[in-house]
Design a protein around this ligand. Structure first.
Ligand SMILES: *Cc1c(COP(=O)(O)O)cnc(C)c1O
Length: 452
């Protein structure tokens, strides 16, 4: 099989996600034959460092021997059994371990099979909790500008990236939207903490006016990934937790992208306040199986769980389900992933890798077409702009980020920018030298992209 043969067969039958298929005439999908560690390899032996962790899911490398072994063991035991009326060891053990590693007070685990579904579960559970406790008037949600929570209609509705949302607007629930604490837009001389704190006034005002009708506030803690890797200060989460409690509104932390060590702590919520915050719901997916199999969870408190616990005839149960809820193979991969964190002391080890990403990209800080190099833990983003002084972006139709992507492919780097935001979100098994290489390739790519 050659690269071209597989591409030809692909384009006959496949419709790819998040893709204008006409683009494939100039930019066909890259056919991947195998993976090992940070490397992906095509059918002709070309290799690429997976700098974006295959859409933020792969944290311990491709074909990781320990996770492979765990999935193979599970495969010979039981591949799947429904979780309504049945149970199995991987689902129980994983739930116990997740309760153990997530913030205190998250005591119950509800499984589903992708991030959007975990968000749908949190939205429905929150609404249903208020209904079960005599507050049927609470029907609304508050979100942030530039937020992203998935693509199914409920999750899309509480997101705010217009590229994905605008077309479907007539079909969607209408959230109340507060300004994101995103620090890219702060005034010169203003710290992240000052800026994020100031942005909270708008959230406070929305809560003051609408708390009676509001089920929950949903946020991505510290990092709005799909919204071009925009970042904010933990003080916002601390203020938000306090306000949600004061106004009797749930807090949903969508840690689908930020969870599992991405932001410098196991979960981003840990960085808020002196000892972290506990949301009422936490959604996890992506890194949960280290990129092996689709799995997600919605964690919540015993308090929420108890509001559904009643005689069947009262019809208060949460009757949501998916066919592959708590799939044993996926749970086994997730348990092996948590083992990897423990064995490698990975959260600690990531400090050195994060520092290397900062050092390697330091020369880009003064680049005339780079507005900002920003970082939260194991995510580093470079904002390419037309004018540094004013922060004016390039015309999006010029698609300059795509040129950086193309350049990367010629230099063993799979960088997949979000518009003109180039970012590194690598697997944690990346080496310091590989980080240096990615920084070199990104700098070359930016120079090319801005000079045309
Ligand atoms: C990716 C993502 C989702 C959606 O997860 P899917 O598995 O793609 O449905 C939701 N929220 C955040 C923050 C994400 O990054």
């Amino acid at each position: 099989m050659t690269n071209q043969e597989l591409v030809d067969r692909d384009l006959e039958v496949l419709w790819h996600p998040c893709t204008q298929m006409k683009d494939t005439r100039n930019l066909p999908p890259v056919p991947m034959r195998r993976g090992e560690g940070v490397w992906l390899e095509d059918f002709e032996g070309n290799r690429y460092i997976d700098a974006v962790s295959s859409w933020w899911v792969n944290i311990f490398g491709h074909a990781n021997p320990d996770i492979n072994a765990a999935v193979k063991r599970q495969l010979d035991t039981i591949e799947h059994v429904m979780l309504a009326g049945f149970t199995h060891e991987p689902a129980v053990e994983l739930a116990e371990r997740l309760v153990g590693v997530t913030p205190p007070g998250l005591d119950k685990v509800f499984y589903s099979d992708n991030g959007s579904a975990a968000v749908e579960v949190a939205l429905k559970m929150s609404f249903h909790y208020w209904r079960n406790t005599g507050h049927g008037e609470k029907t609304r949600f508050i979100n942030l500008t530039n937020s992203y929570h998935g693509e199914t209609l409920g999750a899309l509705a509480v997101g705010d990236v217009s590229l994905y949302k605008k077309t479907y607007e007539p079909l969607l629930l209408k959230p109340l939207t507060a300004r994101s604490p995103d620090c890219f837009h702060r005034e010169p001389g203003v710290s992240w903490a000052e800026h994020s704190r100031a942005c909270f006034a708008e959230m406070e005002a929305l809560l003051a006016e609408h708390a009676d009708q509001t089920c929950a506030v949903i946020v991505e803690p510290l990092l709005q990934c799909a919204g071009h890797m925009r970042m904010y200060d933990p003080v916002y989460l601390e203020l938000l937790r306090e306000a949600c409690s004061r106004y009797n509104v749930h807090l949903i932390a969508d840690e689908i992208a930020t969870g599992f060590g991405r932001t410098g702590t196991m979960f981003a919520c840990e960085q808020a306040g002196p000892s972290g915050i506990t949301p009422d719901f936490m959604c996890l997916s992506k890194g949960i199986t280290a990129g092996y199999l689709p799995l997600s969870v919605t964690l919540t408190s015993d308090r929420v769980y108890d509001a559904f616990y009643d005689d069947y005839e009262n019809l208060t149960a949460f009757l949501h389900s998916h066919s592959y809820t708590g799939n044993p193979l996926a749970c086994a991969a997730a348990i092996a992933t948590l083992d990897q964190f423990e064995q490698r002391g990975q959260v600690e080890a990531n400090r050195a890798l994060a520092a290397r990403m900062r050092i390697a990209t330091a020369p880009l800080v003064d680049h005339p077409n780079v507005a900002e190099v920003r970082q939260t833990g194991m995510v580093l983003a470079i904002e390419m702009v037309a004018d540094k002084a004013t922060g004016t972006p390039f015309d999006w139709r010029e698609r300059r980020g795509l040129q950086v992507y193309r350049h990367g492919l010629t230099r063993e780097a799979l960088l997949r920018p979000l518009g003109d935001t180039i970012y590194f979100m690598p697997p944690y098994v990346i080496t310091p030298e590989q980080i240096d290489h990615l920084a070199t390739v990104a700098a070359e790519g930016i120079d090319r992209a801005v000079s045309t």
